[in-house]
Design a protein around this ligand. Sequence first.
Ligand code: B4P
Length: 192
Amino acid sequence: MVNFLIFGPPGSGKGTQSVKLAEKFNLMHLSTGDMLRAEIASGTELGRKMSSIMSKGELVPDEVVIELIASKIDATRNRAGFLFDGFPRTVAQTAELEKMLNERGMKIDSMLVLDVDHDELVKRLLLRADQSGRPDDKDLSVIECRIDVYKSKTEPIIDYCRKKGIYKPVNGMGSIDEIFDRLCGSMESFLN
Ligand code: B4P
């Protein structure tokens, strides 16, 4: 199996592109954001706790997302690989993901990082706010907090992956189709 991370700040297009890429390359798309929102929608105790963290733009605890991901990895069959979207978000999550994959005879093959200007991120998230109803999209100060959290806690993963030779920057500015073509170009070398 070939395993990709799709990486970038909030609003960079990770979720948007992941859906298209997973379909094209028969990858298992695992989005921790979607999993957490499903937990909130089902009204569980865990969901209630996570809801208050996410609506402030903070990260939920590492152990919560690691647990969610581990159960999905073992349940996956008949896919060319995994596409991890929004996970990992801390260096600790990255080390844990590597461990989980190594124990199953796999590794992270490539980290695709979407580069998008700050103002474009804010514009996209505010535009989505009306359709998504997501509390973390509605408020400019929460959006700025999410971008700050990305810089302080998530961006250090780039250095970690660069040292491993798996870092691949991708221009995330332009239309959804243009960016999709760039990502496909980067992924095809691994999948063909
Ligand atoms: P996520 O669900 O991962 O959401 P996100 O980072 O905001 O990006 P998303 O994938 O949704 O948006 P996209 O860029 O595709 O995380 C939400 C929260 O969950 C986090 O803040 C955190 O609290 C928690 N969480 C999730 N994973 C976690 C983890 N591992 N550890 C701890 N906490 C975790 O798209 C945004 C908008 O832009 C869309 O409306 C889209 O249509 C639009 N768009 C995309 N590409 C475009 C383009 N090229 N042009 C114009 N618009 C575009």
